[in-house]
Design a protein around this ligand. Structure first.
Ligand code: NAD
Length: 354
């Protein structure tokens, strides 16, 4: 029997395919924008400039200052520059950091954002913003920050290094995994989660073997789109909470932390989430234990599998476990400090999930 549910669709416009960046000027014009500010990370300044060149007169400038977790100083500077230039919109080119910066401008100045994602993080599909001040990250939901149009051009991901491709892809799968056992899971979202996981699990080994495989890049980006959409549609649980805590308190790297924690968080929740396990079993080619399979997949992708190798000290395990269990939140299995501590200890050593 289908359980009762409530589903609200978010507005979403996606232009997908190799070469789709060429459609950017039309997307900008269709929104009535005449002076957009291009945002990117310092490492992607060349790409940011290419995008601005392609936009010609419709580009007001490039700000190559996006940083992980959107520091408030960077957001302030971006808002000031947007106002100074008289920008009427932003184009965020890059990963979650560039998209996050666009959202920070949209939140205060109400400027529409067009996203051109070049990782698999999925932020471009969500109305969730984040801002970091004094080591504390605040997040919230606001429809004004949801990008109005998203261009997925797999050609722009060809330069994403193998290591980041692997961990960013696992980060995307984590959204799908948690959406499958979310308190607000719905049949349509679960279909997208299963398909997104299937696409990424199939594509990532090919991407890591040959970063120039455009077909595999396209399939990975298609999976990332679906995983981003399900992140936006559902409430995340233990896994995201733990990664948020590890990132916030110990400054561990975002995508790598997701990669290490995911198999263990799924193993913790699996006994209480049979439908999610069944969907993941199908998505991962019939394996009986999806948590173990995700751990194996990370190994095949040569991705990190231990918190130790990400620089976490073993002494920090109890503190992080206590923080993650401190406040109640939706999770299929009750979250206890002792349970999370066992989970984290396994993730710290890099042992297979149990
Ligand atoms: P990122 O945007 O910081 O990118 C990581 C690095 O990869 C950067 O140095 C970037 O310049 C480089 N890079 C990106 N694309 C590249 C490419 N194609 N070729 C070469 N280099 C490339 O990291 P991320 O993992 O994409 O995003 C993480 C951030 O996004 C975190 O702050 C996270 O909290 C946030 N996030 C937010 C949401 C949301 O819904 N609000 C969702 C997911 C992630």
């Amino acid at each position: 029997m289908i359980a009762p549910f409530t589903y609200s669709a978010l507005p979403m416009r996606v232009v997908f395919g190799p070469g789709s960046l060429a459609a950017l000027p039309d997307e900008v014009a269709a929104l009535g924008l005449t002076r957009v500010l291009v945002l990117c990370s310092p490492e992607q300044e060349v790409t940011g400039k290419q995008v601005a060149d392609a936009l010609g007169d419709r580009a007001a400038g490039v700000l190559p200052e996006a940083r992980m977790h959107v520091p408030v100083e960077v957001a302030r500077r971006a808002r000031e520059l947007a106002a100074e230039l008289g920008a009427d919109g932003c184009v965020a080119v890059g990963g979650g950091s560039a998209v996050g910066l666009g959202k920070a401008i949209a939140l205060e100045h109400d400027l529409p954002v067009i996203a051109v994602p070049t990782t698999y993080a999925g932020s471009e599909m969500t109305p969730v913003w984040g801002l970091t001040e004094g080591g504390q990250k605040r997040t919230g939901r606001d429809l004004r920050v949801l990008p109005r149009s998203v261009l997925y051009d797999p050609e722009l991901t060809l330069s994403l290094p193998a290591g980041l491709s692997a961990t960013s892809g696992m980060n995307a799968i984590a959204h799908a995994v948690e959406s499958l056992y979310a308190p607000d899971a719905t049949p349509i979202v679960s279909l997208m989660a299963e398909e997104g996981t299937r696409a990424l699990a199939a594509a990532l080994p090919r991407v890591v073997a040959d970063g120039g495989d455009l077909d595999a890049r396209g399939e990975a980006q298609y999976g990332a789109w679906l995983c981003g959409a399900v992140l936006a549609a559902t409430t995340m649980s233990l896994h995201h909470k733990l990664c948020h805590t590890l990132g916030g308190t110990l400054d561990l790297p975002h995508a790598q932390t997701h990669t290490v924690v995911l198999p263990h968080a799924l193993a913790y929740n699996s006994p209480a989430a049979p439908d999610a396990v069944a969907a993941l079993t199908r998505a991962l080619g019939g394996v009986p234990d999806p948590a173990r399979e995700l751990w194996e997949l990370a190994g095949r992708l040569d991705a990190p599998r231990s918190l130790r190798e990400l620089g976490m000290a073993e002494d920090d395990v109890p503190r992080v476990a206590a923080l993650a269990a401190e406040r109640p939140y939706a999770n299929p299995r009750p979250v206890t400090a002792a349970g999370v501590e066992d989970l984290l200890r396994a993730a710290w050593t890099g042992a297979p999930p149990s």
